[in-house]
Design a protein around this ligand. Structure first.
Ligand SMILES: Cc1ncc(COP(=O)(O)O)c(C=O)c1O
Length: 475
């Protein structure tokens, strides 16, 4: 056992991160060890995951079709990976299918095609969604958004009212497990109960939840059962191109899959097609067995650490970060700001520094401190606009600016997102750098050292001598 059940060996987890000691160039010359606080976008890979992939490559071969021994090994590994993924969330594999796709976005899109909505059908989602859990529904059904409050937390009363309003036209409730902007965690058990009371299934977008929090989707028929779940391997230490869609097998038996071809059928004649079972019918073409190995290895690693330990550790670090951010005057945090209220959140924190554009803060963190964060709207524009409190006039101005290619002054935020390998030293370095950036902004030095690019909407240091294109060469 690498980890005792009562403790989480954080230092070991950190050492297991590939590239954790990588040094990156700074604007003024010199190098610093990279601090990655952009885990909500993608996490780095775990060394044991990479080792497992390398070990597997000796056995790599075609899946499901070859008679050779390596093909048999690859097929076994690929099938077993589905079971390991199902086991992570306690899915009943007799009745539920585990479908591998490319990422969470593809998983939601696939489901949106497979649910076969017809005119008049309604999907309820929320105001806090990533575009990936919004746009696919808009194209297939009437899409209704449950409200959030000024802190970005879901308004359950509004959700209840919208469920009642749409009655039998309602076909699905689709919610984020955790927000990629505020880190706010929905009570998915409560929403599942509301959905089932109304006779509809629930989808949980677990992209920001599954890597940070244990989730039991509960047995079929349980009031809190999560009918559909999606997530991405690249956000959980296995960036090899796999996404997951879990759902009742029977939901995929209706009609044809949206992608058809090799691997999806049992029988084909020119007169007849009989589709294969689940997951094969939903995984057209040669599957990504390497990605499946990586995801299974990451899950086994996280389960050995124990997801409860990971969650507890990340909450402690989030609390520490909020406390330290609270020391900086002129900083506005969106969402829950109380360091003692981490029960309904993951470690995603969005903020703005008074008077300094979000894109300038992000650039300066990268080039002054070697610290990676993200800025902008994080593919959640409606939620951002709500949190920023933009009125209709400001919104129209924004739309006009974007349409005319004027990317200056576009509203947004800076986002940090924590993972279990981050530690207090990472946070201290980030806070120290943020303080320096604030001082540099005040003294006018920041404006002197950074230039705005109208083309990209980003700031770049004027005197930087390092070309990122030269850091890693493909050939
Ligand atoms: C909440 C949420 N849902 C969906 C996605 C889309 O994930 P992917 O890019 O892996 O498809 C993201 C990505 O950041 C996300 O944060």
């Amino acid at each position: 056992m690498l980890y005792s059940k009562n403790g989480f060996n954080q230092a070991r987890f950190r050492r297991d991160i590939v590239g954790i000691n990588k040094r990156v160039p700074l604007a003024g010359g010199g190098y610093k060890t990279y601090v990655n606080l952009d885990n909500a976008a993608s996490t780095p890979v775990l060394r044991p995951v990479l080792h497992k992939v390398n070990e597997f490559m000796d056995w790599y071969s075609s899946v499901h079709r070859g008679a050779g021994f390596k093909s048999l090994v690859s097929t076994h590994v690929y099938d077993r990976a589905h079971e390991i993924v199902g086991g992570l969330v306690n899915a009943d594999l007799k009745t539920n299918g585990i479908v591998f796709v490319k990422n969470a976005t593809e998983a939601i899109n696939k489901l949106s095609y497979r649910l076969g909505f017809t005119r008049g059908d309604v999907v309820i989602t929320t105001m806090m969604e990533h575009h990936s859990n919004d746009l696919p529904w808009r194209l297939k059904a009437g899409t209704v958004y449950a409200a959030v409050d000024e802190k970005g937390a879901l308004d359950y009363k509004d959700l209840e009212a919208k469920i009642a309003l749409h009655g039998s036209r309602l076909k699905l409730i689709s919610v984020s497990g955790a927000s990629n902007v505020t880190g706010y965690k929905c009570d998915v058990a409560r929403i599942a109960t509301m959905a089932h009371r109304a006779g509809v299934p629930i989808l949980v977008d677990g992209a920001q939840l599954i890597p940070h929090s244990p989730l039991d989707i509960k047995p079929d028929g349980h009031p809190e059962h999560i009918d559909y779940l999606v997530f991405s391997a690249h956000k959980m230490y296995a960036p090899f191109g796999t996404g997951v869609l879990i759902g009742p097998k029977k939901a995929f038996l209706r009609g044809a899959p949206e992608y058809t071809g090799g691997g999806t059928v049992n029988i084909v004649t020119h007169q007849l097609v009989e589709w294969a079972g689940i997951p094969d019918r939903e995984e057209a073409g040669s599957p990504n067995v390497v990605g499946a190995v990586a995801l299974a290895a990451a899950i086994e690693y996280l389960e050995r650490c124990c997801m409860d330990n990971i969650e507890k550790y990340e909450k402690g670090l989030t609390s520490y970060t909020l406390k330290r951010l609270g020391e900086i005057k002129g900083l506005k945090i969106y969402g829950e700001t109380d360091p003692n209220r981490t029960e309904n959140r993951v470690g995603v924190i969005a903020f703005n520094l008074d008077g300094v554009p979000h894109s300038l803060v992000a650039a300066a963190l990268a080039w002054e401190g070697g610290i990676a964060v993200r800025n902008g709207c994080f593919c959640a524009q409606p939620y951002m606009l709500r949190l920023l409190g933009l009125d209709q006039h400001q919104l129209s101005r924004l739309i006009h600016k974007k349409r005319t290619g004027d990317l200056s002054g576009i509203p947004g935020m800076v986002r940090i997102s924590l993972a279990a390998y981050n530690n207090r030293k990472d946070i201290d370095r980030f806070i120290e750098c943020l303080g320096q950036i604030k001082n540099m902004a005040r003294s006018g030095e920041l404006a002197k050292r950074y230039a705005f690019s109208q083309q990209t909407g980003s700031y770049y240091p004027r005197d930087v001598k390092v070309d990122p294109a030269k850091a890693f060469k493909l050939s």
